[in-house]
Design a protein around this ligand. Structure first.
Ligand SMILES: [Zn+2]
Length: 224
């Protein structure tokens, strides 16, 4: 059975249909639809977006602040149960063997040390990914039309600021990086300054953040 986006009539690829969560996600529109509704309604009329805050998925949060609001989502993932042991074995084995033995014997070996560099870089990369699956989060802080996006773990991470204007575009884009269980898209805002974020978030969490931004800033659906 095929499902089509009620907005743009694009067929949902199987990857973007999540039957368990009753959600189908349209990449072009950057919007999710309840599968039950798609099946029940022949009508393709757009309904106004409900306030996403009335239905916050697990792993997401929203608070009003003195001068705006803040919301976020965790990038926690069951993948941690795989990636952490993997990192211990892989990094422990390679780095322990290459650098550990040098430290142990108190002898520096240049060739071995250079040979180990890719493993060191790999460990930093996998370590970052492991940290994100254990305790990572994406946090939005909004003051007026100024949006700050933080991506990281325990306050260590990447903080970016953009201004959202009426002409800004909000949509999903294929992400260069994702892992099993996370959405294959990111959230893209194109404006005076553009930003891409939200890779590594699960499908429902990414949809929540996208819909919240769309709702709060009254941004229309945009094709890619
Ligand atoms: Zn669509």
């Amino acid at each position: 059975m095929k499902l089509y986006c009620p907005n743009c009539k694009t067929e949902f690829p199987p990857l973007d249909v999540n039957v368990a969560d009753n959600l189908a996600y349209c990449r072009r529109c950057g919007e999710a639809f309840a599968i039950s509704k798609l099946l029940g309604h022949a009508s393709t009329r757009r309904e106004p977006l409900p306030d996403p805050v009335t239905n916050i998925p697990k792993g997401c949060w929203y608070h009003e602040t003195m001068d705006g609001w803040t919301a976020g989502a965790t990038t926690r993932s069951p993948l941690a149960f795989f990636i952490v042991p993997f990192m211990c074995v892989w990094s422990g084995g390679s780095l322990g063997g290459i650098y550990g033995s040098q430290i142990l014997h108190g002898k520096f070996n240049l060739v071995m040390s250079l040979f180990g560099l890719p493993f060191l870089v790999g460990t930093i990369f996998i370590g970052g990914m492991a940290a994100m699956t254990i305790a990572g989060k994406v946090v939005l802080t909004v003051r007026g039309n100024e949006l700050t996006v933080f991506t990281g773990v325990w306050g260590i991470g990447w903080r970016r600021k953009v201004t959202i204007e009426a002409s800004s575009r909000l949509y999903s884009n294929r992400s260069n990086f994702h892992y099993p269980g996370s959405s294959p898209s990111n959230i893209t805002i194109e404006g005076p300054k553009s930003i891409r974020f939200g890779s590594g978030l699960s499908f429902p969490r990414q949809i929540f953040i996208t819909q919240l931004l769309r709702y709060k800033f009254n941004l229309p659906d945009q094709g890619i």
